[in-house]
Ligand binder design. Structure first.
Ligand SMILES: NC(=O)c1ccc[n+]([C@@H]2O[C@H](COP(=O)([O-])OP(=O)(O)OC[C@H]3O[C@@H](n4cnc5c(N)ncnc54)[C@H](O)[C@@H]3O)[C@@H](O)[C@H]2O)c1
Length: 414
């Protein structure tokens, strides 16, 4: 996902590829009444950082530079990679904070050593400052694009900044590597997004840290592939009050992500992330006759021959008028990282915008991009893709002092 994002941005700014799938680069926003015909491009409406101004850096447990890593990932064609080869080779990973107990299927040599997790966090902060200075950056954004970690639940160590820092000092087991990076970013006041399903920044200590240092936050787990389609189809069925008795989703995937997810503990993290969407969209407590007995099964099978070209099958058992059963089958032959890259870019650019607009903490308007959107404890997460898009665009209108669009539209007929 990271190398596809980086190689893609480099190719797009050279004019040799199109930013397809990116709302910040291709999307528009309607302003005012439909009769006004004001529909600027989003990137012309809000002051986003331009692609030419971006510099990339990161950490990995493998020492390969970005060109070599992109070749290993096998997503972007060699001929395109070769056209941005020099710039890709210049992106070399800094040594990682890594502990195999959180990602069982991986091991690599490019790993930091430290007295404890606090020391490792300080090393990441030093990396961040060094990167910023070397590259003359005004601002930074961090997006966790590392592997899926094992399933973890919130513990007392995650309750406050104080308890979290004590746990860092003691190298507490409840702090996985991804949290060390998130802590470092938030302490530096840097916006942070979690592109993976891990707990990472979704704990009270991180929210407190984000508020204290003015960092916007978004996550979790990029909404690509099967879940993207699920959050398009499910709102449609619900809008027409069609019942759903069963939704069976299965995937085959052969990239390194698939290999990591072959470990049951990492899969559990992904499964939880993928399963929550339907419950929140269907609201079975409000429509028990339609959705209370829904059987939702999600499977991912690691199948190396397909590489990043994931294939997903969904079987949906529907119920219509008078209880008559129907079925809907979806077979999506997608490319996981090709779907992920534009939204990694968008979330980074929007988080940077949010930071400049003085917004901090959870950015619910960026739920559009995530499988398992972060949300305030007192509200349920919004999963419906179309409501998410409306929320996102209304937030942009709000930032720029434009009227919010309610879609009421009475004025055209009065
Ligand atoms: N690829 C996609 O399109 C996509 C879509 C949605 C969500 N995701 C999620 O994003 C995450 C990454 O997916 P991917 O396809 O890019 O996987 P990947 O295996 O291609 O890349 C992950 C990289 O993270 C590195 N890594 C693991 N732990 C690390 C650590 N502690 N510090 C630094 N580097 C570390 C690995 O060495 C690997 O190079 C997964 O959780 C995945 O489920 C990916």
């Amino acid at each position: 996902m990271s190398t596809t994002t980086i190689a893609g941005v480099l190719a797009i700014r050279k004019g040799i590829a199109q930013p397809i799938g990116s709302l910040t680069q291709m999307g528009t926003v309607r302003l005012g009444k439909r009769t006004e015909n004001r529909t600027p491009r989003i990137k012309e409406f809000v002051p986003l950082a331009g692609l030419d101004d971006l510099v990339f850096g990161g950490w990995d447990i493998f020492e390969e530079d970005c060109y070599a890593a992109a070749r290993t990932a096998g997503v972007v064609e060699q001929s395109l990679l070769d056209q941005v080869r020099d710039e890709l080779e210049a992106v070399r990973p800094m040594s990682a904070v890594f502990d195999q107990r959180y990602v069982k299927r991986l091991d690599g040599p490019n790993v930091k050593k430290g007295r404890n997790k606090k020391d490792l966090a300080e090393q990441v902060i030093a990396d961040i400052r060094g990167f910023k200075e070397r590259n003359g950056c005004d601002r930074l954004v961090m997006v966790w694009c590392g592997s899926t970690e094992v399933y973890m639940k919130e513990t007392p160590a995650h309750a406050t900044i104080e308890s979290f820092e004590k746990a860092l000092d003691e190298s507490d087991v409840s702090i996985p590597s991804s949290m060390v990076y998130a802590y470092a970013a938030l302490r530096e006041g840097i916006p942070f997004a979690n592109a993976a399903p891990n707990l990472t920044a979704d704990v009270p200590a991180m929210l407190e840290l984000a508020a204290k240092h003015g960092s916007p936050l978004a996550g979790n787990d990029m909404k690509t592939g099967q879940t993207l389609i699920k959050t398009v189809i499910a709102p449609g069925l619900k809008a027409r009050l069609l019942g759903v008795r069963g939704w069976y989703s299965t995937n085959i995937l052969g990239n390194r992500d698939g290999e990591v997810l072959d470990d049951p503990e990492s899969f559990k993290t992904k499964e939880e992330s993928k399963k929550s969407a339907l419950d929140f969209i269907f609201q079975p407590h409000l429509y028990p006759e339609l959705y209370a007995d829904l059987c939702h099964v999600v499977r991912i099978n690691y199948y190396p021959p397909r590489g990043d070209n994931k294939e997903g099958w969904d079987n949906i058992d529907l119920v219509g008028w008078l209880g008559y059963p129907m079925q809907l089958k979806i077979n999506f032959l997608c490319r996981d990282s090709i779907l992920a890259a534009p939204i990694v870019l968008d979330s980074a650019l929007f988080l940077d915008l949010a930071k400049r607009a003085g917004m901090s903490g959870i950015q619910e308007w960026l739920s559009f991009y995530f499988k398992n959107p972060m949300h305030a404890p007192e509200v349920y997460p919004e999963h419906d893709l179309f409501i998410q898009l409306m929320k996102l665009k209304n937030t942009l209108r709000y930032m720029m002092g434009e009227e919010l669009i309610t879609h009421l539209g009475r004025e055209y007929y009065d």
